[in-house]
Design a protein. Structure first.
Length: 335
């Protein structure tokens, strides 16, 4: 500030007070946040894995923040759950309406035609609560024992090799297709869609398909049956739950990485101070024994990341999936 400007401010105290007052008024809601219950919109039905995660964190954060976080389930169906996205995007940016975010949040712009909501521009990230890798798994009765074996098998029998997972446009479908594209075997492979992870893995255990992509939480218990064989992990580093299982990236596909995740986002323009308050309490919840051990036992991680870190993650994911969907030429056919 120049000397002239300093003198001007000092010579006009009334002007200073007049300008400062609105600033103080605008900051007051942030300073007193939260002053009432917070609504968390979850676009999935009660009892599902996302709902359970949201309720665990909501309870812990409510206890430490001094206000209740009310879970509002709105299972509207469809990729990206557009009605829920719209509701939150159009809500007041005051921190009292949050959206439960899952991977479909980043898929939606690519899969939903004429989507008027932008996950990056119309939302402000709050925190990434959890993340978990996917597992590439095969039938234990086959001679495919690694990613290298799988690629060789697919190339040796083009059109006959099959990989099955959930509906077109779902998380495991897109993660599987990204693997096929990265490995250069998309053309050689037939993708078989199922209505859920469980039916796909049952078919794999019977040897009716050659491979599948599944969340680690779903796949690990079935590995104990001896009918499934873990081939690779989608994370950048190996999991402490399966330390002897190499990542897909380690097995000749550097850079391949994909995560299932859950988090909170708020309407765009929600003040960073409010979002930081929520993320700080979420980080404390993630570090609590109750939550940390629960997710670690499943091969997942409880995070409670900063708003900036989650915003960067979402901003990276959206164009990645948009490019893949464009290359595949697909559209969603189910939730």
């Amino acid at each position: 500030m120049t000397v002239a400007r300093v003198c001007a401010w000092r010579s006009t105290p009334a002007l200073f007070v007049a300008l400062a007052a609105p600033m103080a008024t605008a900051a007051q809601p942030t300073a007193s946040y939260p002053a009432k219950p917070i609504r968390l919109i979850v676009a999935q039905p009660p009892g599902g894995s996302t709902d359970i995660t949201m309720r665990l964190f909501a309870q812990k954060v409510s206890e430490s923040i001094g206000q209740q976080i009310v879970v509002d389930n709105r299972a509207s169906g469809g990729v990206g759950s557009v009605p829920s996205l719209t509701t939150v995007a159009k809500a007041a940016p005051d921190g009292y309406t949050l959206l439960a975010v899952t991977p479909s949040f980043t898929f939606a712009p690519a899969l939903v035609k004429d989507l008027m909501i932008d996950p990056v521009k119309d939302f402000a990230a709050v925190t990434q609560l959890t993340r978990a890798p996917y597992l590439l798994v095969g039938f234990s009765g086959s001679n495919i024992k690694s990613v290298k074996d799988l690629i060789a098998h697919a190339k040796a029998q083009p059109g006959k090799f099959t990989i099955g997972a959930t509906n077109i446009g779902s998380g495991t479908h897109l993660v599987a297709m990204r693997f096929l594209v990265t490995a250069g075997i998309r053309a050689e492979t037939t993708y078989v869609p199922y209505k859920g992870v469980a039916p796909a893995l049952l078919e794999l255990m019977s040897g009716r398909i050659d491979a599948s992509m599944a969340g680690i939480v779903s796949a690990v218990p079935l590995l104990k049956t001896g009918k499934l064989r873990a081939l690779g992990m989608s994370s950048a580093k190996r999991s402490s739950l399966l330390p002897d299982l190499p990542t897909i990236a380690e097995q000749g596909l550097p850079g391949y990485e994909a995560w299932a995740f859950e988090g909170w986002s708020a309407p765009a323009q929600t003040p960073i101070a409010i979002r930081q308050t929520l993320s700080t309490h979420a980080a404390r919840a993630a570090q609590s024994t109750t939550i940390a051990e629960r997710y670690r036992a499943d091969g997942a991680e409880a995070l409670g990341s900063s708003p900036d870190a989650f915003q960067r993650f979402i901003a990276q994911e959206v164009p990645l999936w948009r490019a893949l969907v464009k290359e595949l030429g697909i559209s969603a056919t189910g939730p």
